[in-house]
Design a protein around this ligand. Structure first.
Ligand SMILES: [Zn+2]
Length: 116
């Protein structure tokens, strides 16, 4: 199953930052050495770091956001990918637990009524 969690994104943010801004020889867009300095700060975060800790270093929450395509909440604890797209190489929709439960209840109601 394709599941993305906030905890996983937080744990991997330093590596993701380096992949984005370090080409193996030098840091890209490294004005005032800020990309490298931020990477070093990210690397030294404790294992229980929060989104807020990372937002303070990077300056925005886009690196730890876990979004649901249904309710558009960008700060879910986890989402599951549904309907795999071979064309895009990823699921067509990421869905949070609340939206998945709501869909299941709606479907259950329809199924139950059909049985009665
Ligand atoms: Zn949702």
């Amino acid at each position: 199953m394709n599941i993305i969690t906030r905890r996983e994104k937080i744990a991997n943010v330093a590596q993701a930052w380096k992949r984005q801004y370090y080409n193996g020889c030098k840091w890209s867009y490294n004005n005032d050495n800020d990309k490298e300095a931020k990477y070093n700060r990210l690397m030294h975060l404790p294992s229980d770091a929060t989104e807020h800790d990372i937002e303070e270093i990077i300056g925005n929450d886009s690196w730890t956001g876990v979004g649901c395509d249904i309710c558009e909440d960008e700060h879910c604890v986890a989402v599951i990918g549904l309907s795999w797209s071979a064309e895009y190489g990823e699921p067509l929709a990421w869905v949070c637990l609340a939206c998945l439960q709501e869909a299941a209840i709606s479907l259950e109601t329809v199924v139950d009524n059909d049985i009665l």
